[in-house]
Ligand binder design. Structure first.
Ligand code: PXG
Length: 292
């Protein structure tokens, strides 16, 4: 049996999981999504992901015709149907099929909803041991006053442009700054630094996604009595940090050892990063909604 995709009310073969060329998700990036992960049959922070999906949808005035509970059920069912225990789940809700105009009303309040569950591709193990080299992108993060990066919308071109800069430079990730030079996040990960044993990450209001991994890491840090604060950071703060790491659903916690070819701290993954990493791993094995 091949992969089954949840699409608008039923499970279909991947080859039959098609969306109209008139779908506004495709025509305009008019929609929202989530990237979720399950560990050994436990869907990590599923409720938080679904809550964020609905917040994003509300922000673009997209009404999802399902309750949170129903949506949670569908994610779990997608894993079950595909017999997946360790998986990456992509949940997408678009404005739906309309005409060639922008007006969302032409989509008649019928969003397209689909859920793909697949095996996850991770950064190679080496990067966790040795850390990443990353760069600063020239592409600035979208202005919150224009398109707030807190909305996880299908408009990812801003991030993709910065990701292209990263790959052009031969590195995995790129830091994105605000128009006036404050650090926001990377193209698909939040960023943290450690300075004098204190953990710092930019507040999401500067223009960053309120990452679920980011929140989990802050909670773990507090439990371990590691000082943690949200603070506006500049590139100087980063270059001058003792440690740096990125967080995201796919990456979990991944050390950064160089930024713009400058070594961070000792140029090796630092002690606070190495304290948090196994603690994070631990919660992924015990917290989450069970697939059964
Ligand atoms: N910032 C951005 C812009 C993201 O897209 C994160 C931070 C981390 O958030 P979570 O909630 O995952 O801790 C993300 C999410 C990919 C990919 O293919 C990455 C994400 C989402 C979907 C796909 O690299 N990162």
């Amino acid at each position: 049996m091949g992969m089954k995709i949840y699409l608008n009310g039923s499970f279909v073969d991947a080859k039959d999981a098609n969306i109209s060329v008139f779908d506004h998700g495709l025509l305009y990036g008019d929609g929202v999504f989530e990237g979720i992960r399950s560990y050994s049959g436990l869907v990590f922070k599923l409720k938080e992901h679904i809550d964020r999906l609905y917040v994003s949808a509300e922000a673009i005035r997209l009404k999802i015709p399902l309750t949170h509970k129903e949506m949670i059920g569908l994610v779990v069912k997608t894993l079950k149907v595909n017999k997946l225990k360790d998986a990456y789940i992509r949940l997408v809700v678009t404005r739906g099929e309309g005409d060639l105009g922008l007006d969302p009303r032409k989509c008649h309040g019928k969003p397209s909803i689909f859920i793909i569950a697949d095996k996850i591709t991770l950064y190679p193990k080496d990067f966790y041991k040795n850390g990443l080299d990353i760069i600063t992108a020239k592409t600035r993060r979208n202005l919150p006053q224009a398109l707030d990066p807190r909305i996880k919308s299908l408009n990812y071109l801003n991030n993709i442009l910065a990701k292209i800069e990263a790959t052009d430079a031969g590195v995995q990730e790129a830091i994105m700054l605000t128009h006036d030079g404050f650090v926001t996040e990377c193209t698909g990960d939040n960023i943290f630094i450690v300075k004098r044993k204190t953990l710092m990450t930019p507040p999401v209001v500067v223009g960053a996604l309120e990452g679920i991994t980011r929140s989990a890491v802050m909670t773990i840090a507090r439990r371990l009595r590691v000082q943690c604060k949200e603070k506006r950071l500049t590139l100087l703060d980063l270059y001058d940090a003792d440690e740096c790491f990125l967080t995201g659903t796919a990456a979990e916690i991944i050390p950064v050892v160089a930024i713009d070819r400058k070594a961070i701290g000792t140029g090796k993954p630092g002690p606070v990063t190495q304290l948090l990493l196994p603690e994070f791993k631990k919660i992924t094995t015990v917290e989450g909604i069970k697939v059964e």
